[in-house]
Ligand binder design. Structure first.
Ligand code: HEC
Ligand code: HEC
Ligand code: HEC
Ligand code: HEC
Ligand code: HEC
Length: 197
């Protein structure tokens, strides 16, 4: 019914369509794959708080602000009062003599007695049990950067690992370090109830 030329064009159009669906599908799957979606998450914060300045350049210890990281399940977030221990006096101005925007916002929260609502960078599902203090115990041999990367070089905190089950297990399943109790085969327990209780 149609000319050969038209027929060829329809087939070509069909082939191009199928090809672009495949490429698009593969790209979409990669981008939306949970582990890829969640690694690299880097939300904007209400104050451009720079770990590179605070923890890097000025070498303030992580526990100064995340004060329960060695003693409890949660690392904890600093209150405005903790910031003000220093920024009561340190109130840096820019070249025009105005307070830096971050400092201005901080002082406003302080005078209005309003906590700062930091955006969560890491947030495990509620059905997973995680405890910082267990991981910070000396025998675990871990440092913050094993899980969080070089935070002290970040101007804005970025999630460097997916926090998916596979990531936890990859580390827990490593062989037990020398000197571990007899019968301990892996670096850390891998029974389901360790993390799902
Ligand atoms: C132990 C002291 C200390 C604490 C605690 C502290 N800071 Fe700082 N902060 C500093 C120093 C030192 C600087 C660098 C000042 C400079 O470069 O002139 C600084 C700089 C800043 C800046 C300006 C960065 C820039 O140059 O643009 C902001 C914003 C800031 N801090 C916010 C905070 C917030 C928010 C908190 C609480 C979560 C906090 N700081 C806690 C010592 C501290
Ligand atoms: C002066 C206080 C201060 C110091 C010192 C500090 N932090 Fe923070 N940290 C904060 C504040 C405020 C936030 C929330 C805003 C943000 O994400 O930048 C935060 C956020 C984080 C987060 C993301 C939390 C989330 O929502 O999942 C991680 C991880 C972190 N800090 C690790 C570290 C590590 C590791 C160190 C030491 C190398 C450190 N911090 C030192 C104040 C501090
Ligand atoms: C074994 C991996 C691991 C190590 C080591 C580790 N963290 Fe975390 N951190 C996590 C996970 C997982 C979360 C998310 C917890 C959640 O959402 O309940 C988290 C969350 C955080 C948060 C957000 C607040 C909270 O407690 O949920 C901060 C701040 C933080 N870590 C700081 C630190 C600091 C500072 C160190 C080093 C002193 C450290 N972490 C060491 C895995 C780790
Ligand atoms: C980089 C390595 C590493 C990663 C990543 C890691 N862990 Fe662990 N975890 C350890 C080590 C080492 C121990 C054992 C510490 C000790 O000897 O007490 C441990 C212990 C634990 C314990 C206590 C186990 C007990 O004895 O009952 C829990 C719960 C746990 N991890 C949960 C998690 C979860 C959930 C994640 C992922 C979100 C995770 N861990 C990621 C290294 C890791
Ligand atoms: C070392 C910690 C750890 C251990 C051990 C562990 N899980 Fe998980 N599991 C996790 C984390 C973290 C998540 C959350 C993943 C997410 O947020 O998507 C999870 C998620 C899940 C989910 C929800 C589906 C999914 O993939 O998100 C199921 C089902 C599950 N785990 C079953 C198990 C079973 C069965 C075992 C024992 C064979 C087990 N887990 C052992 C950490 C662990």
């Amino acid at each position: 019914m149609f000319s050969k030329k038209f027929d060829r064009r329809v087939r070509l159009a069909g082939a191009v369509f199928v090809f672009s669906m495949l490429v698009g599908g593969a790209f979409g799957t990669y981008v939306l794959w949970p582990a890829n979606m969640e690694r690299g998450y880097q939300p904007a914060q209400p104050i451009e708080f720079s770990h590179a300045i605070m923890a890097g350049k000025h070498e303030i210890a992580c526990v100064y602000c995340h004060s329960t990281v060695e003693t409890g399940p949660h690392a904890g977030m600093p209150s405005v009062a903790t910031c003000m221990k220093c920024h009561d006096k340190i109130q840096t101005k820019d070249s025009h003599g105005d307070l830096k925007p971050g400092i201005k916002t901080l002082l406003r929260h302080w005078s209005e007695k309003k906590p700062i609502q930091w955006e969560k960078v890491h947030d495990l599902a509620d059905f997973v049990y995680f405890d910082h203090s267990r991981h910070m115990a000396v025998r675990s041999g871990l440092e913050c950067k094993d899980c969080h990367g070089d935070v002290e070089k970040m101007d804005r905190v970025r999630r460097v690992h997916s926090l998916k089950m596979g990531w936890c297990l990859e580390c827990h399943m490593q062989p037990a370090p020398a000197g571990s109790p007899a019968g301990q085969a892996t670096r850390a327990p891998i029974t389901c109830t360790t993390c799902h209780r």
